[in-house]
Design a protein around this ligand. Structure first.
Ligand code: PLP
Length: 312
């Protein structure tokens, strides 16, 4: 660790306010009870959003996904997506944030520890704070290590939910990758096909086309959708299909997409090396422009109200 790096205060010991269940509370007092259902059984759902120039990129899509994630986990949020949008804007304004990160999180409370708890109260908090890019400020590639942990099948867990339970897998995979000296883990799906990193979707450039796994066993990333749209604008064909790990041998570039990662080039997967290529650079630039130029608050994520639909 560099001696020059300023100490990062722990997340639970900062000044400011957090929105909790309808009101702002002092940052350090935004607490939940130790007997909360969401803490014990992994059913909490959350979002990760980025603020650019004071506005949350794709806010309504994130709010809609949060509502849908709760529904996939068997409960209803006491707030609509539109109300979440409004609350999030208030939180960003209260934090006086120009560029940063927003974390809404919802969970069943401490009414009961019965596993089946349909009447448990649902809580919601929204916090926002300044946050830089997670790996690097410059166009540096990262190195991934294929994990022994896999993304579960869609009939094993509600894969469309951005739910805490699923992040237990990513946390294990990421820790093992870092302990082995890599930046992040690459997870395969339950059938051994390429899936995603711990917090980002995967793209391979093969013969000048973008190839990415369909959102069956991976999170249906909002950045992924954005990048697919941007690729269209750049005349880059996009193929959504299942990919075998051996297809990495044919890839001329590899990159990840995610709210936190943005467009993140990958320069290594296990023993393979990839260059920082033109396609990744063009999409990095296009994405950086999109998030700051009117992309905030655009809608497009499927509305959770879609009765019985599984597209959330
Ligand atoms: C497992 C996983 N995959 C993909 C993504 C990318 O999703 P998004 O682009 O919506 O941030 C994330 C981040 O939320 C994630 O946690």
């Amino acid at each position: 660790m560099s001696g020059a790096a300023p100490p990062v205060p722990p997340l639970d010991d900062r000044d400011g306010v957090i929105w909790l269940d309808g009101a702002f509370v002092p940052w350090r007092e935004a607490r939940l009870h130790v007997l909360s259902h969401g803490l014990h059984y992994g059913g909490s759902v959350f979002e990760g959003e980025r603020v650019y120039d004071g506005r949350v990129f794709a806010l309504s899509e994130h709010s809609a996904r949060l509502v849908a994630s709760a529904r996939h986990m068997g409960y209803a949020l006491p707030w609509t997506a539109a109300e979440l949008d409004a609350v999030t804007r208030e939180v960003v304004a209260a934090a006086d944030l120009t560029d940063g990160y927003v974390r809404p999180v919802a969970w069943r409370g401490g009414d009961t520890l019965r596993l089946v708890a349909p009447d448990s109260r649902v809580h919601l908090a929204v916090a926002a704070w300044p946050w830089p890019r997670i790996f690097t400020e410059g166009p540096r590639g990262i190195r991934l290590r294929t994990s022994r942990w896999r993304r579960p099948a869609p009939d094993t867990a509600p894969i469309r939910a951005k739910a805490a339970a699923l992040y237990a897998i990513g946390a294990l995979a990421g820790q093992e990758a870092e302990e082995a000296g890599f930046d992040d883990a690459l997870l395969l799906d339950h059938r051994g096909r390429l899936a995603e990193a711990t917090g980002a979707n995967l793209f391979l450039v093969i013969d000048g086309e973008l190839h990415t796994p369909p959102p069956e066993c991976v999170l249906d990333g909002i950045t992924r959708r954005t990048v697919i749209g941007l690729a269209g604008g750049l005349g880059l064909p996009v193929v959504e299909r299942h990919l075998a790990p051996a297809e990495l041998d044919r890839a001329t570039e590899v990159f990840l997409t995610g709210t936190a990662y943005e467009v993140q080039p990958v320069t290594g997967v296990d023993g393979r090396s990839f260059p920082l290529g033109e396609v990744g650079a063009a999409l990095t630039e296009a994405y950086a422009r999109a998030v700051r130029a009117g992309g905030a608050d655009r809608s497009g994520y499927p509305a959770p109200a879609g009765a019985g639909s599984d597209t959330g």
